[in-house]
Unconditional design. Structure first.
Length: 124
C-alpha cells in the first residue's frame, strides 16, 4: 500500500484494493447475522456444540438427554463454554433449568437459547 492509497482511504486485502467504505460495509454485513456481536469461527464452532447439547436436552432419545445431563458441569463442559466465550456458570444454570422442564416447554425455551447463543448474545 502506498502513501497515496492510505490518504485516499484505500487498503490492500488479499491482493485486491478496497476503500475504507467497502471494508466497513463488508464488516457490517458479516456482523449482521450475529446482531453486531463479532464471533470468530472457533467461537461459532464451540457454540454449535452447545446448541446441539441444548437440543439434546429435549430430545426424544433418552440416551442423548441422559448423556447431556451427565455432561453438564463437567470439565469438558467448562472447556467448551470457555472456547465458545460463554460464561460457564450462566450456561450451566440455563441448561440445568431446561433439563428440569417438561419437553414441550424445554423445546420452546431451548430454541430461544440456541438462537441467542449462535447470534453472540451470550458472552463473557
Amino acid at each position: 500500500m502506498t502513501m497515496t492509497d492510505a490518504c485516499e482511504g484505500k487498503s490492500s486485502v488479499g491482493g485486491s484494493t478496497q476503500t475504507t467504505r467497502e471494508l466497513k460495509y463488508e464488516l457490517l454485513r458479516s456482523r449482521k447475522a450475529t446482531h453486531g456481536n463479532y464471533l470468530t469461527p472457533v467461537q461459532l464452532l464451540w457454540r454449535s456444540v452447545l446448541a446441539q447439547a441444548i437440543r439434546d436436552l429435549y430430545s426424544s432419545v433418552p440416551e442423548d438427554r441422559e448423556e447431556t445431563i451427565a455432561w453438564l458441569g463437567s470439565k469438558d463442559f467448562i472447556v467448551v463454554t470457555e472456547y465458545a466465550d460463554v460464561e460457564p456458570e450462566n450456561m450451566l444454570e440455563q441448561m440445568t433449568s431446561l433439563a428440569t422442564m417438561p419437553t414441550m416447554l424445554a423445546r420452546k425455551y431451548g430454541n430461544i437459547l440456541r438462537e441467542e447463543i449462535m447470534r453472540g448474545v451470550y458472552h463473557n
